[in-house]
Design a protein around this ligand. Sequence first.
Ligand code: AMP
Length: 295
Amino acid sequence: MGVPEKAQTPLLIDRLEELAAVREKLSAEGRRVVLVPTMGALHEGHRQLMRTARGLGDTVVVTIFVNPLQFLPGEDFDKYPRQLEKDREVCAAEGVDIVVAPPRSEVYRDEPIVTVSAGSMGDLLDGKTRPGHFNGMLTVVLKLFHLVQPHTAVFGEKDGQQLALIRRMVSDLNIPVRIEGVPTVRDADGIATSSRNTYLSAEERDSALALSRALFAGRDAAPGGRDAVLRAGRKVLDEAATARPPVELEYFTLVDPGTFVEVAADTTGPALLMIAARLGKTRLIDNVPLTLGPS
Ligand code: AMP
């Protein structure tokens, strides 16, 4: 088994022993490995992560693993889209070298007893609605870091709280992996690309446009400060609440990008405007970075 110089079709690995052997070979060759962790059902956002990864090292490894530990009972773990063949074609088109797609039984050979805690930051926002979600996410990311041993790992800003928690984990636990964030990729109409968008009916997708519209309206009002941002966004969301089908808002809030605590009314400088809402059974999240106060 070899690691091709420039793989047309990425090497597919589903066993940890094979991954360890490839990793040792790459390390002996002095390759800088860049990791892109995903849950598959790859879309334009993932592709942008892969393109970024190409520019950051010698070997791009994409993992595809729907992590049971980060889903709560009753969430969409069973129906989450799984399409390995299509995903391999996407990876091939993006010049990915290695796809790691292990079954659950490989990643969790034992039910884990020791896991990573996201601490109090993991209880905010998405962590409030999805208790334990961020612990499960951090646990699998740390496992993937150990399994792949990358020089750099690439994540999307679309999952803003996730990215911030990964940065904290790396810093708090002194993990020798560089973290690279990639700005959110959107469809032409503004909707952030997401594997979960495939759940939406045409009507739900129309209503879902309100999420990015509210974020953009808020961002435009940023020179006026926190309350102006929230007012501008809520105006869009109030209309969307009566749309058919309605946008059921979970949160719309401005937070400190480091702590995810809500900012005070007189805050100036960088902040993240965050939104989560349900369209029927589908839960969507999005955010935009902005700068509060006069520019
Ligand atoms: P997922 O497969 O949804 O777990 O996402 C895998 C990675 O892709 C995460 O780092 C996400 O933040 C990132 N990602 C998902 N959607 C987007 C997007 N629209 N733009 C940029 N990155 C994204």
